[in-house]
Design a protein around this ligand. Sequence first.
Ligand code: AP5
Length: 226
Amino acid sequence: MALNLVVLGPPGAGKGTQADRLAKAKGIPKISTGDMLREAVRAGTEIGLRAKAIMESGQLVSDDVIIGVVRERLDKPDAQRGFILDGFPRTVAQARALDTLMNGRDPLIVVDIVVPEAALVERLTSRLVCSTCGTNAEGVSVSAMDTTPCVRCGGQLHKRSDDSEAVVLERLKVYRRDTQPLVDYYRSRPTFRAVNGAQPMNRVYEDLAEAVDSAASGGALGGAVR
Ligand code: AP5
C-alpha cells in the first residue's frame, strides 16, 4: 500500500523537519507547497511573481493556483508510490480538491502536529535557513549567521523574509482562520491522528512514525494528542 500522508500543523510546528525525515526513510517524495512557491519566487516564474508579496505578508496564495500546482506534482511518476504533503491543504477548498485528486489512490493518512502558540513564535523568529537549499540551520545563533555555512550545501544562512515577528503573528492568525478548521474536517476519519510536537525532534519523529503505522493498519481513532 502506498503511503499518502498529509502533515498538518501551524507555522513552525515542525512539518518540514518531520516530513523531510519520514520521506527519506520511506523513499517517497516530500511535497512542500511552501518550498515549491519559494523556488518559483527565486526562478521568477509567473506564479513566483504573483506569490512573492502574498507570502511576505503572511497571507495565502489563491486556492486555484496552489491546487493546480499540487495536481501537477501528484501526477508525476515518483508520487504514484506515495507522498508526504507539507503545507497543503491549508483551506477547506484545498482539502476538498485533494479528496478529488485521491480518487483511485490508497487512502489519505492525516497527522496533525500540535504545538502551543508561544513556542511557535519563538521557533520561527529565531529560525535560520540556507538561502541556497532551504535547509533549517540547527543551533546557529543570528550573530553567527554570516560565518556559519549551511551543513548540507555550504550556502549562506539567512532569515526567511516571512519570519519577522509581525509576519509570524499574521501567519498564525491566517492559520487559525483558514487552516485549523481542517482538523475538524479530518478528525472523524479513521486515518486521522494527532501528535505532540512540543517534544524533542526525535521524540516527535517516533510518535509520527508510530501514528502513521497505526493509521495505515487501521488502528483505533487517534484524535487526542498522544
Ligand atoms: P510554508 O513554507 O509551508 O510555511 P509554514 O506552514 O508557515 O511552515 P514553516 O515552514 O514555517 O514551518 P514548519 O511547520 O515546516 O516547521 P519547520 O520544520 O521548518 O509556507 C510559507 C508561505 O507559502 C505561506 O505563508 C503561504 O503564503 C504560502 N503557501 C504555502 N502553502 C500554501 C498553500 N497550500 N496554500 C496557500 N498558500 C500557501 O520548523 C520550524 C523551526 O522550528 C525550525 O527552526 C526547526 O528547527 C524548529 N523545530 C522543529 N521541530 C522542533 C522541535 N520538536 N523542537 C524545537 N524546535 C523545533
